[in-house]
Design a protein around this ligand. Structure first.
Ligand code: ATP
Ligand code: MG
Length: 388
């Protein structure tokens, strides 16, 4: 092939692959954990019905897409169906009402009402050991969870690679959007991008049954269409023979190599919905800028802040507006690491990344690529050594 000469390219991919598979096995949640999550889901659903009448509670994120690690949080989203003519419940009101109800319940602890987040949520711990984020009417989150799950179903290597990347990012402390690094969701998008480049994954957002035109399925103004009938995908798309031969070890190395030395952070935008790269210019993602927060400009100042380590996914504006408590809160969009959301095309999932954290994250990609090039076993263990 036309692969460029790479002095770091490992020679022991079989060993890395075996290590990776063993490692994933250990990190899988046990069935007992699934049972506790289901019980909590049912409980929250009963409470939502009690507070709001008609309500539906759906899991999303790793509890909905099959990408959960052992002891992962559970993300759920509540949908209400207000009767014709009755008042809509605003996100802030939702957080208050369900938050207050949970406060009275001894089975729930550490309840935080995050009303100012880009997406308002309630965070809590259940006595059965599960930590949970409760969101509200977030259709796009449900759809992007389903998109990720569909990609996992295309090829069984996806799950293993994602699980290793997630654990690596957590152990290396670059998985916290609240402190300038990336959410797990962002890392999954990074993995999908590399696998699309390698021919392991298709672009599900442009495949249409019967090869027709891509339809527009509206969801909050964005197109949520994607090809979800994975058992019939082979009629429309086949992986390249070379991509089928690539082991998990090779693909992991390719992931780190690509983000360590090939991806051009200054110019490019990762875009899984277009199956490749876009330029920052084309998206007009060139200048960092500020804008008013989406809602709730004047919040009471006793707003609780979560401890830094427990920040919710994508809660960056909370972090950025909080210190300037006496001035008007502003949201800062950064375009240093550009990762286009597959549906919400104007949303940079890499928005929390600043100059300093970008340097740290890129350093970690380089470290990882180098570690994989070294001989010996236990490579994945060394890769995922806890930082500090
Ligand atoms: P973990 O196991 O680490 O909790 P996860 O797979 O649940 O990982 P999260 O980063 O917690 O991933 O994200 C959960 C869900 O929240 C995602 O599937 C997505 O729907 C939504 N989400 C998270 N971050 C963002 C973001 N920056 N932009 C849009 N949606 C996001
Ligand atoms: Mg999660």
């Amino acid at each position: 092939s036309d692969r460029k000469y790479d002095p770091y390219r490992p020679t022991n991919f079989d060993q890395i692959t075996k290590d990776a598979k063993d490692f994933c096995q250990e990190l899988m949640p046990k069935p007992e954990e699934e049972t506790r999550k289901l019980a909590l889901l049912q409980r929250l659903s009963d409470i939502a019905v009690e507070v709001f009448g008609e309500a539906e509670v759906l899991p999303f994120g790793s509890s909905g897409n099959g990408l959960a690690l052992a002891n992962a949080d559970m993300d759920v989203c509540v949908f209400l169906n207000p009767k014709e003519g009755s008042e809509e419940v605003s996100p802030v009101e939702f957080v208050e009402r369900i938050g207050d109800r949970l406060e009275e319940d001894p089975d729930f602890e550490n309840i935080l009402q995050l009303k100012r987040a880009r997406v308002p949520i309630v965070k809590l711990n259940h006595v059965n050991g599960i930590a949970c984020d409760i969101g509200y009417q977030n259709d796009l989150a449900i759809w992007n969870t389903r998109l990720l799950r569909a990609y996992c179903r295309v090829d069984e290597r996806v799950r293993d690679i994602v699980v290793i990347i997630k654990i690596w990012a957590k152990r290396r402390k670059i998985n916290n959007p609240y402190t300038g690094s990336l959410s797990s969701y962002a890392y999954v998008l990074l993995v999908i991008h590399v696998l699309q480049r390698q021919g392991v994954l298709p672009n599900l957002q442009t495949i249409v049954a019967g090869n027709g035109k891509v339809p527009f399925w509206d969801c909050q103004g964005f197109n949520r269409y994607f090809f979800e009938d994975i058992p019939n995908l082979a009629h429309y798309w086949q992986p390249t023979p070379e991509s089928q031969r690539q082991s998990i070890g090779e693909l992991l190395y390719e992931f780190f190599r690509y983000y360590a030395s090939e991806f051009r952070y200054a110019n490019h935008v990762i875009s899984i919905r277009s199956g490749g790269l876009l330029t920052k210019e084309a998206k007009e993602w060139t200048k960092d800028h500020t804008q008013p927060p989406p809602q709730q400009q004047q919040q009471p100042q006793q707003q609780q802040l979560p401890p830094l380590s427990e920040a919710p996914a994508d809660d960056t504006e909370l972090a950025q507006s909080a210190p300037a408590a006496d001035s008007k809160p502003v949201v800062k969009n950064r375009y240093l690491f550009c990762i286009e959301d597959p549906f919400e095309l104007n949303h940079n999932v890499g928005r929390p990344v600043d100059r300093y954290s970008l340097f740290t994250i890129r350093g970690e990609f380089m470290r990882a690529a180098k570690i994989l090039s070294r001989k010996g076993d236990g490579v994945i263990g060394r890769l995922c050594v806890e930082r500090e």
